[in-house]
Design a protein around this ligand. Sequence first.
Ligand SMILES: [Zn+2]
Ligand SMILES: [Zn+2]
Length: 147
Amino acid sequence: MQHGDVIRRLQEFETICRNRGVPITVQRRTILETLLRRHDHPTAEQIYESVKDHIPQLSRTTVYRVLDAFAELGLVRRLDHTGSARFDGNVRRHHHLVCTRCTRIIDLEDQRLDRLPLPHRTIEGFEVDDFSIHFSGTCADCRERKE
Ligand SMILES: [Zn+2]
Ligand SMILES: [Zn+2]
């Protein structure tokens, strides 16, 4: 994510926290900023590894809890395509290419997919408000390694 976008998203985060009465802490801000600057859809463990040196008293459990809370607030997206939860700082509509060998998740922007019509009427009482498509397959690196 571009630096300007990260700053804008952090401001949004503070507004959302204030509106919901969620305390804004250095821990939370650092965890969010770290995720926003990454493009690889990290696990909570990977986020913990990259922030733990900056926040000495941070526990693994806190990182897991904070990321889940962010997902609930709609600040980040939680992806469950690979067996372990992965986090995405990009909450705009986009899609994913998921490598079934190395579990890499690559962003896919495709306006044709974005324009898929949402069903207007509710299905089984379920009201659709958004969607994201994931394609599974083999990434370029894994394909090369096989040959
Ligand atoms: Zn791969
Ligand atoms: Zn993504």
